[in-house]
Design a protein around this ligand. Structure first.
Ligand code: AHR
Length: 511
């Protein structure tokens, strides 16, 4: 009898329990120690399509409000979102670029053909001085990518000297003659880009030797980043780490590139016209970042157990078919709620690996791939991805809180993925938790438990929309933005939240 009462009680408790027991996040606040580098929230600006010309930069006679040629509205929006770091000039373009073409009086600068991106003429009116001026305007740390594929060691060394040296030399004289007396403080230098592909089709063995050759002469480049693997090319990481082992002081970062492509390279899929199956597939492909970061990190751990070399995911984001009617070489795509989820998932993964991931750059900042801003003439649209970056900026420079997450599956076409991912951090005694609900139709109730932190106050923000493919378009009211989200009061060290279907949520807790 006693047994039956106990069983009935347990059943009742389970039936009326507000929480599905499998959805639980345990935050180990007492174990927080790893700083989240703000550079994880970095961006990328290549000479590609309408990113620089027609994006951030206006024509000399333009009526669009600008500061020294850069759109005031874009500067304002980027500052509000916060751009800790900006990578330039590519990408594939970097390994075709001669920096000497982009300095001096603009009308005297030679032009070139942008062979990778649409075969258009690049007039070099945006060069080193303009890039560094733009970084100043948006308060971003600059990251310059040197040319290894078609350049020379001497050319690269002279660029570093031109930018960073305070000595008297032909390069610094040239800089002064071009109007800049003081050196710039540029910390991050990339040594080539995708040297397994557009950056020279090299083997990892050959590239590692070449890297050492370059690095030897880059005096003034404080933080050098080697061109890393494509997706799951673990051999590239292994060879680089092994061949650099005796020369570890020459390499402070190793990059990794992984793009989310819904289908196949030849037929990627539309950025706006997709169904729930494509949504699920895209998010499943995004979650793969976790495995890539983990496995590349494990290889790095073998050679660098103290994690002195950063894994720099310096290109990530969605890559769809270009919008119909646009130049296929310009990589212009729309940005829907699905992109907001992709951003939330990736940024949570990077936060959780803050011990190894020291930088990440979404591709690309304006008008290209998963852009945070789109422009059409004088109009500007902030994309759903913009709002996720704005929401997540609470994690910049915060201390990552390790968390355990148990969640139900989100299943489609016999493929199961976790219905949520999350990350958390603490700064100024405020705990910030960012969570995704990948499920397109079902809300997700989650219990959050904190160890070593008893919150009294709670607040929240959300990015969601009515439809999975809602997006913000020119001349229309914004459909996908950052809104307030009501969070119930915590009870002791616990609280329960319900993540609406297809959403990215920020919960903040204070003692
Ligand atoms: O971001 C577009 C291109 O993707 C970059 O130029 C290249 O590095 C990558 O393949």
């Amino acid at each position: 009898m006693k047994k039956r009462v106990a069983f009935t009680l347990l059943t009742l408790v389970m039936m009326f329990s507000p929480v599905l027991s499998q959805n639980k996040a345990t935050l180990h606040v007492d174990l927080a120690k790893e700083k989240i580098n703000p550079e994880i929230y970095g961006h990328f600006a290549e000479h590609l399509g309408k990113l620089i010309y027609g994006g951030i930069m206006v024509e000399p006679d333009s009526k669009i409000d600008n500061i020294r040629g850069f759109r005031t509205d874009i500067i304002g929006a980027l500052k509000e979102m916060k751009v800790p770091l900006l990578r330039w000039p590519g990408g594939c373009f970097a390994d075709t670029y001669n920096w000497r073409d982009g300095i001096g009086p603009r009308h005297q600068r030679p032009s070139m053909i942008n062979t990778h991106w649409g075969g258009v003429t690049e007039d070099n009116s945006f060069g080193t001085h303009e890039f560094l001026d733009f970084c100043d305007l948006i308060d971003a740390e600059p990251y310059i990518n040197l040319n290894v594929g078609s350049g020379s060691v001497r050319e690269a060394a002279q660029w570093v000297e031109y930018v960073t040296s305070s000595n008297v030399s032909p390069m610094t004289d040239l800089r002064k003659a071009n109007g800049r007396q003081e050196p710039w403080n540029v910390k991050y230098w990339g040594v080539g880009n995708e040297n397994w592909g557009c950056g020279g089709h090299m083997s990892p063995e050959y590239y590692a030797d070449l890297y050492r050759n370059y690095a030897t002469y880059l005096n003034g480049a404080k933080f050098k980043i080697a061109g890393g693997a494509n997706i799951d090319d673990y051999n590239w990481t292994e060879v680089l780490m092994q061949k650099m082992n005796r020369y570890r002081w020459m390499m402070q970062g190793l990059s990794l590139h992984y793009y989310t492509i819904p289908r196949r390279w030849e037929d990627k899929g539309s950025s706006t016209d997709f169904d729930e199956a494509a949504w699920h597939q895209t998010l499943a492909n995004t979650l793969r970042m976790e495995e890539l970061v983990r496995r590349h990190s494990t290889i790095m751990d073998k050679y660098d157990p103290n994690k002195q070399i950063g894994l720099m995911v310096d290109e990530w984001g969605t890559w769809y078919d270009v919008l119909p009617g646009t130049n296929p070489g310009f990589l212009f795509q729309q940005n829907s709620l699905r992109d907001a989820l992709v951003a939330g998932i990736n940024l949570n993964i990077f936060n959780n690996h803050a011990d190894r991931v020291k930088m990440a750059n979404i591709a690309q900042m304006v008008n290209v791939l998963q852009a945070v801003i789109l422009t059409k003439d004088e109009q500007m649209v902030l994309t759903p991805t913009y709002y996720v970056f704005k929401m997540y900026n609470v994690h910049h420079d915060a201390t990552m809180i390790p968390l355990n997450l148990n969640v139900e599956d989100y299943e489609m076409n016999n493929r199961k993925i976790p219905a949520s991912n999350a990350s958390a951090s603490i700064k100024d005694n405020v705990v910030s938790i960012t969570l995704t609900n990948l499920n397109a139709t079902k809300p997700l109730k989650m219990e959050i438990e904190l160890t070593g932190f008893n919150p009294k106050k709670s607040s929240g923000k959300i990015v969601t929309a009515q439809k999975i493919n809602d997006y913000n378009d020119f001349g229309q009211p914004e459909k996908v933005t950052l809104k307030d989200f009501k969070v119930d009061k915590p009870k002791g060290n616990k609280l329960v939240i319900e993540l609406p279907a297809k959403s990215v949520v920020l919960v903040q807790l204070e003692q």
